[in-house]
Design a protein around this ligand. Structure first.
Ligand code: FEO
Length: 396
């Protein structure tokens, strides 16, 4: 069902209530998502972005119930990732020869995805496209989220179409920021930033500063996932600036995997020591083999320090811990400290390996790691608690 956004803008996207994983199995979407597509009607009529491929047929059918294809003058593709461009082949079948406005990089990626020779019209920062009384102003936004990503701004309505930026995976019947649960919204926004945008934080900051310097009035931000920011849209911009600036809270996160519970027992005793010495600090523990990896990454994003734990297996570390460390390396966290711990039976390489992986991921190591052989006894447990106390002091 179309949703009125403003006098000239109508939401014509798809709410995906069922989606539980995105990017294949890379990103958990506990609350579904939406693929936001917008119809803009002035003297000319434009479509901004489409929906994911599996919904192409129903999208085009519903769209043409709102606007017949002959009345659509052009399409704007702000990003070539298939969650937004997936319905383009079906749509363009009904709009032969009509222009597709996109960035120069998107011409390459759209051709790469669909092998179609549509009437591509490359746009760059500052380019304008008249719709009649209103115009679209384009701002390239490379790496937010792909090299082809772009924003566009609708004059007259003062709406920024930001594509992935400022979005979140949240299915909502009324997709406006003032109509959803604020706690759910905040949780999905920070998860989205932590898991997708962290590596691009310097670009996020630069792009926001560039947009602010244009001094364009802003009434609404229409994202390509989740809610439309119409109630104080600058709140999410300010939030992004904070997240982009080496974000951390007073939180320490311990993540580990364990075979016979020795490393878990170590984690809990270290956490006791941390809490004892730093009672105001939030301390959280996760068995990463049993935790949602994207939720764990979000907790790491919020943390000032992390502790990674693994027993030694085959002269290495457990695979669930290795997987999270690989995610952390790719996300290029900044301004975070780390330590490592683990139980071992005979060779005991895991802690050194954890430290190496943490350092490779840009984490500053704090002190030596903690290794204990076999199950911790009374003295072993006290050494874990003392390790936590000492660490809390160094992290204060
Ligand atoms: Fe929502 Fe980068 O696609």
């Amino acid at each position: 069902m179309p949703i009125k956004v403003s006098d000239s803008v109508t939401w014509v996207g798809k709410i995906d209530w069922e989606l539980r994983s995105f990017h294949g199995e890379e990103y958990s979407t506990h609350r579904g998502t939406s693929y936001n597509s917008y119809l803009v009607r002035d003297r000319k009529t434009a479509i901004i972005d489409t929906v994911w491929t599996p919904f192409a047929g129903e999208y085009v059918k519903r769209l043409f119930d709102v606007v017949p294809p002959e009345q659509i003058d052009f399409v704007v593709a702000l990003h070539a990732e298939p969650d937004h461009s997936g319905a383009l082949p079906e749509l363009m079948r009904h709009l032969p020869g009509k222009p597709v406005y996109c960035s120069a990089n998107a011409v390459k990626s759209l051709r790469g995805h669909y092998h179609q020779d549509w009437n591509f019209q490359p746009m760059g920062t500052g380019d304008r496209l008249s719709l009649g009384d209103r115009e679209l102003i384009f701002v390239e936004a490379p790496m937010l989220h792909w090299p082809d990503s772009m924003f566009c701004y609708l004059s007259g309505e003062e709406i920024l179409f930001s594509n992935d930026a400022f979005g979140q995976h949240l299915a909502a019947e009324h997709p406006f920021n003032d109509r959803v649960d604020p706690c759910e919204l905040q949780a999905e926004c920070i998860k989205y930033y932590a898991n997708i945008l962290t590596p691009f934080s310097p670009l996020v900051k630069k792009k926001i500063e560039e947009f602010v310097s244009l001094k364009l009035p802003l009434k609404m931000i229409c994202t390509s996932h989740g809610v439309i920011w119409r109630d104080n849209p600058l709140q999410i911009v300010e939030q992004y600036l904070a997240w982009a600036e080496n974000y951390q809270e007073d939180q320490i996160t311990l993540f580990y995997d364990t075979m016979w519970n020795a490393t878990r027992i170590m984690a809990e005793a270290i956490a006791d020591g941390l809490r004892e010495a730093a009672p105001a600090t939030t301390v959280k523990l996760f068995n990463c083999a049993r935790s949602d990896k994207n939720d764990l990454i979000t907790e790491i994003f919020r943390s000032k320090a992390v502790l990674a734990g693994s027993p030694t297996i085959n002269q290495g570390i457990l695979s669930a811990v290795a997987g999270i460390l690989e995610e952390m390396r790719g996300l290029r966290f900044r301004n975070k400290r780390a330590a490592a711990f683990g139980s071992f039976g005979w060779s005991g390489e895991a802690v050194k390996m954890l430290q190496d992986r943490l350092a490779e991921g840009g984490f500053e190591l704090v002190g030596e790691g903690l290794r204990l052989s076999w199950q911790p006894d009374r003295d072993g447990l006290e050494s874990c608690r003392e390790y936590g106390r000492q660490l809390a002091g160094r992290l204060a």
